[in-house]
Design a protein around this ligand. Structure first.
Ligand SMILES: *Cc1c(COP(=O)(O)O)cnc(C)c1O
Length: 408
């Protein structure tokens, strides 16, 4: 048993899916870096929305529309408070991190000139590489990569060397979804600001484990996906500093985002509506607020402490398996263990684990450049949440041993 202030047994009862069986075995869900499970408290909020006040927001005079608008804006307020954001309209509700990044990359088209430089880290998710490549193709900007070492840590000396007055933008994830590395974003942000570059941090993987203070970080943009932190899919945020959001052009045109429309000219609505064209994921936004309430009721410090213990235990136990190698051994890491077993393919290990009821992810984890760096086709990735247990880690380790024996 891990010593913790969290009552894990009772927390597990909040997650109905954890009771189910897969292939006749109790589910061991270790794919939290892809998406987290949803507690009953959040499911209840979703059901209540459709039972009681489903309506379109910001435009109806009727009661249901006002109730839905109030709940949606209250959720924005919860998000603002959680991430310590100065103004509610600096919270742009999007469909998630991918949408948020594309919004910024698209908006920067008008600010990047030929020869300007954009830096991305070597351990980015595809959603944080492709939009910048597209931006560079449109503008003649140059994409440069901050390299990493064998442990899966960014080489900060190289980063400082890459920075110059040509650098306009720096993009980096807060936590790598493939390796679990926690990147030194304070240093990254400060150094970028020293040369006048803006910084976007992809917080999709971090926000389930770390409660970032966005004002203290002084970051320019930060993105989150609700589904990685106990919320539903299809909703997330783009945080942006007011002055930058005001400069960026709108991403999509449509209803909700305009002040006045004639066929000659349209003027745009104020923030945040300028970036929120069309009917949003209303229920999803409200449920995101409920997910933050749930996680805050447990306490992010408690969550981090427990998950760190669990990951150390899992690391020690997995390393007892013959031929097992872990990719991503950064000093500062969280909740993700990527590994391979010599002489086996990750897909085969993953398939056998699934027969045993154990859900892990296999493949390149939307981070192909990392796999190329290690010269491997992919990894098996076990990723942990606060509702996982040591006992489940033991089941995983037994399963991996069994898979190895079957394959070799
Ligand atoms: C999951 C993830 C994304 C993509 O998030 P979506 O919700 O699919 O848009 C981007 N970056 C990282 C680090 C992630 O873990």
């Amino acid at each position: 048993m891990i010593k913790t202030s969290l009552d894990i047994a009772s927390i597990r009862k909040d997650f109905p899916v954890l009771n189910r069986k897969v292939n006749g075995k109790p589910l061991v869900y270790l794919d939290n870096a892809a998406t987290s499970q949803t507690p009953q408290q959040v499911i209840d909020v979703i059901v209540e929305y459709y039972h009681r006040y489903n309506a379109n927001i910001h435009r109806g005079v009727h009661t249901l529309s006002q109730e839905a608008t109030d709940a949606y804006e209250a959720a924005r307020g919860k998000i603002q408070k959680h991430f310590n954001i100065a103004k509610p309209y600096e919270v742009i509700l999007t469909s998630g991190t991918t949408h948020s990044i594309n919004l910024v990359a698209n908006g920067f088209s008008s600010f990047i000139k030929e020869g300007d430089e954009i830096l991305v880290s070597a351990m980015e998710h595809h959603s944080n590489i492709v939009p910048w490549q597209m931006l560079c193709e449109r503008t003649g900007g140059i994409l440069k990569v901050i390299p990493m070492n064998q442990n899966g840590e960014l080489i900060m000396e190289e980063y400082h060397k890459l920075l110059s007055e040509k650098t306009k933008l720096v993009f980096c994830n807060h936590v790598s979804n493939a390796l679990g590395t926690i990147n030194p974003i304070e240093e990254i942000i400060d150094a970028a600001h020293n040369v006048g570059a803006a910084v976007l941090i992809d917080g999709a993987q971090a926000a389930a484990h770390i409660k970032p203070d966005l004002q203290a970080l002084d970051v320019d943009f930060y993105t989150v996906s609700a589904h990685k932190m106990c919320g539903p899919t299809g909703v997330g945020i783009l945080y942006g500093k007011e002055e930058l959001l005001k400069k960026l052009p709108p991403y999509q045109g449509g209803g909700e985002m305009i002040a006045e429309v004639t066929f000659e000219k349209t003027t745009y609505a104020d923030l945040p509506h300028k970036f929120e064209a069309g009917t949003p994921n209303i229920c999803g936004g409200i449920a995101f607020g409920a997910a933050l309430d749930y996680m805050n009721s447990l306490g992010f410090e408690n969550i981090a402490e427990y998950e760190d213990e669990l990951m150390s235990y899992a690391t020690r136990q997995l390393l007892t398996v013959e031929g097992l190698k872990i990719y991503g051994t950064a000093k500062n890491k969280t909740s993700v263990i990527s590994f391979n077993i010599e002489g086996t393919h990750p897909y085969d290990i993953g398939s056998i684990l699934d027969k045993l009821g154990i859900a892990v992810r296999t493949g390149h984890h939307c981070a192909q450049p990392i796999m190329d760096f290690y010269q491997i086709p992919g990894t098996v990735r076990a990723s942990f949440s606060f509702y996982n247990t040591k006992k489940e880690v033991d089941v995983l380790v037994e399963g991996v041993k069994r898979a190895r024996n079957m394959l070799l």
